[in-house]
Design a protein around this ligand. Structure first.
Ligand code: ADP
Ligand code: MG
Length: 335
């Protein structure tokens, strides 16, 4: 298992060279993959110039690298970790860090608190348990839960200062930073004159424009626990598709799964299998997928239906699927 995974990683890293397919004159397809933000980021685009394609992809990867340096929980020197260290004293944040925190708090309001970037103390407990290969400690989680709550994040819009109402709070942008980075990467591509592109950061996907032949970009979403490799194929234009679930990151202990996604209102791991969101930006799609996981299928779909321009597709533990009424418009019919 480990071996095949490392082989896969070596293979993917080896293809961070421009892969070109097409013929002279007509726009060609270019793609590169790089390991960033703890996952593999693939950028695919059409361009009539290899040099322009290369420069655009460089700019997009640089943008993601920058977002990671600001928002990562894993990098000690990230701006986010400095903000967390300042905590209740307050921290004057950069425009981008302030913006993502502000937008995240808005999404908390839209999702009845199911999405909440102040889950940091819960995630910290989960990571300790994961490293020690055991279930998270219920007492420690209950203790951590007391320091969770988006309403305890105070924003000063004038000075862009972020302050926690209580000591020991921690912001974790794990559920939005990837989506935000994907949006920024797409802006970088467009800034270099690219009009047709797909950015995929480990399943957080954003499609821009159409392919040169007029067809739409296709994005596959897989049923995570289905044995077959069959997946639902979506056609989108200028939209993001993002999936959250417990199939990649969880702790298995005593016959139970402990997901890395928490219900911020209870401090317990959510038992979500998979939630997919279609939204105009990858940041929204990323955040809402996490929220729909926490809300569960019925409530998740209800909230999705209430939001403009948002579609959702949720799979529960029994493999039953739920979707918003508009979702099917994006599904490519099976042949
Ligand atoms: P992934 O990044 O694995 O695709 P998500 O986008 O759902 O999945 O992000 C999950 C991460 O978000 C967790 O690892 C944790 O850092 C953080 N998180 C967990 N629960 C919540 C929540 N309810 N609201 C906001 N962020 C959360
Ligand atoms: Mg998310």
């Amino acid at each position: 298992m480990m071996k095949s995974k490392s082989l896969l990683i070596i293979f993917i890293l080896a293809i961070d060279v421009l892969v070109f397919s097409g013929c002279a004159g007509a726009p060609g397809k270019f793609a590169r993959t790089r390991e960033q933000m703890g996952t593999f980021v693939t950028i695919t685009l059409y361009s009539s110039s290899g040099r322009r394609a290369d420069a655009a992809i460089d700019a997009a990867f640089a943008e993601i690298e920058h977002v990671e340096s600001v928002m990562s929980s894993y990098r000690k020197d990230s701006e986010l970790n400095k903000l967390n260290a300042a905590g209740a004293d307050g921290f004057a944040a950069s425009d981008e860090l302030f913006e993502i925190i502000e937008k995240s708090l808005e999404i908390s309001e839209l999702t009845e608190g199911a999405f909440d970037i102040t889950v940091g103390p819960l995630v910290a407990e989960w990571l300790i348990a994961k490293n020690e290969n055991r279930a998270p400690d219920a007492v420690a989680l209950a203790e951590a839960e007391k320091r969770v709550g988006y309403k305890k994040v105070m924003l000063d819009h004038k000075t862009k200062t972020v302050r926690f109402a209580e000591p020991g709070m921690r912001i974790d942008l794990g559920a939005v930073a990837k989506g935000y980075a994907v949006d920024r990467a797409m802006e970088a591509l467009m800034g270099k004159g690219i009009e047709s592109a797909l950015v995929d950061a480990g399943g957080d996907v954003l499609a821009k424009g159409k392919k040169p032949d007029g067809r739409l970009w296709t994005i596959g979403i897989q049923d995570p626990r289905a044995k077959s490799l069959e997946s639902t194929i979506l056609n989108v234009e200028n939209m993001s598709v993002t999936t959250s679930g417990d199939y990649q990151r969880y702790i298995e202990s005593g016959g139970r799964r402990y997901s890395h996604i928490f219900d911020p209102r209870t401090g317990k791991s959510s038992d979500c299998v998979s939630a997919t969101t279609i939204a105009p930006t990858a940041m929204r799609a990323d955040a809402l997928s996490t929220a729909f996981c926490v809300l569960g299928p019925e409530k998740g779909i209800e909230v999705a239906e209430s939001l403009n321009g948002i579609e959702a597709f949720i799979i529960d533990v029994d493999g039953k699927t739920y979707s918003t009424t508009g979702f099917s418009i994006f599904v490519v019919p099976e042949e």
